[in-house]
Design a protein around this ligand. Structure first.
Ligand SMILES: [Zn+2]
Length: 294
């Protein structure tokens, strides 16, 4: 990770100072106590720090508003790893087609490996492919410029089936309890034209979506992470969900959704929070469709 990103994260309290290297580290260490004697001796030091922070904040907001472009600091998947990346993606795509969209959205890592071994049309994941998936999961996503927290730390985390409910006509599941309650409340208040477009996503499902997005972004992992949380970082694993307007299709996942009557009704209800707002500091594009539950 470059120092400007580390500096930004540490100043936002998102990263420990230990991860920041000198000279940035020395700039940061006394940031919360600007009245120290050293400050008076070097009046320009704090100005310089503020300028750096301001610069980092601007970089961050620039990335969010230009989410779908290649930017200077972006991290790409190494060329040598692209063949294994394609193999993994192909195999996961086959599993989703074979097991069905809804089943795949709940599948755990171990279930996925077993599923692949069980069907010759899919075929077992190779050791190299498994290593690649582990690497993607355990990589520090802050490196890409994605600043959201890691909410699932285990690659083999399972969705407990008795805690979920399939939402009719959507092909998606929600957690029973708060998520289901919020969705039903929304449907009642906004109307039947409000639909669930994405519910619970297991680590495997999120990994598949992230890799598919990375493929569309020509292996630019930073650009992919501005549109889709890397695996382990999605609140879809905990209870957040996406809504859309019936028959709006893929446009539901664009700023176009914010122009619909459904969205207007939704934000005026007073009890709905959007996870990624227009100018957020998580390094994620504006997502008016993503309902924050947890
Ligand atoms: Zn979402």
């Amino acid at each position: 990770m470059n120092n400007r990103r580390r500096y930004f994260l540490a100043s936002m309290g998102l990263l420990s100072l230990a991860a920041v290297t000198a000279p940035w580290r020395s700039l940061l260490e006394d940031l919360p106590v600007p009245q120290e004697p050293a400050e008076e001796e070097h009046p320009h030091a704090s100005e310089a720090r503020l300028r750096e922070l301001d610069h980092a904040l601007k970089d961050q907001l620039y990335a969010v508003s230009h989410f779908d472009q290649d930017l200077e600091q972006d991290i790409f998947l190494p060329v040598a790893e692209q063949p294994v990346f394609q193999q993994v993606l192909r195999r996961q795509r086959k599993i989703q087609a074979h097991a069905g969209y809804a089943n795949f959205s709940l599948m755990s890592f171990d279930e996925m490996l077993k599923y692949a071994r069980s069907y010759s049309v899919i075929g077992a994941f190779s050791a190299t492919e498994i290593q690649f998936m582990e690497k993607i999961f355990f990589h520090d996503a802050h490196d890409y410029g994605f600043l959201g927290e890691k909410v699932i730390s285990s690659l083999t985390a399972k969705v407990v089936k008795k805690n979920v409910i399939k939402i009719q006509h959507s092909g998606n599941y929600l957690f029973k309890g708060e998520s289901q309650r919020v969705f039903e409340h929304l449907k009642k208040d906004v109307g039947e034209s409000l639909v669930l477009t994405s519910g619970i996503r297991s680590v495997v499902k999120q990994m598949y979506l992230f890799l598919a997005k990375a493929e569309k972004c020509n292996a630019n992992l930073s650009r992919a992470s501005r549109s889709l949380a890397p695996p382990g970082h999605s609140y879809h694993a905990l209870g957040d969900f996406d809504v859309g307007k019936r028959n709006l299709g893929a446009l539901n996942f664009t700023a176009r959704f914010a122009q619909t009557e459904e969205y207007q009704k939704l934000i005026h209800l007073g009890y709905v929070s959007i996870r990624y707002t227009q100018d957020n500091y998580f390094g994620v594009r504006y997502e008016p469709w993503h309902i924050k539950v947890v």
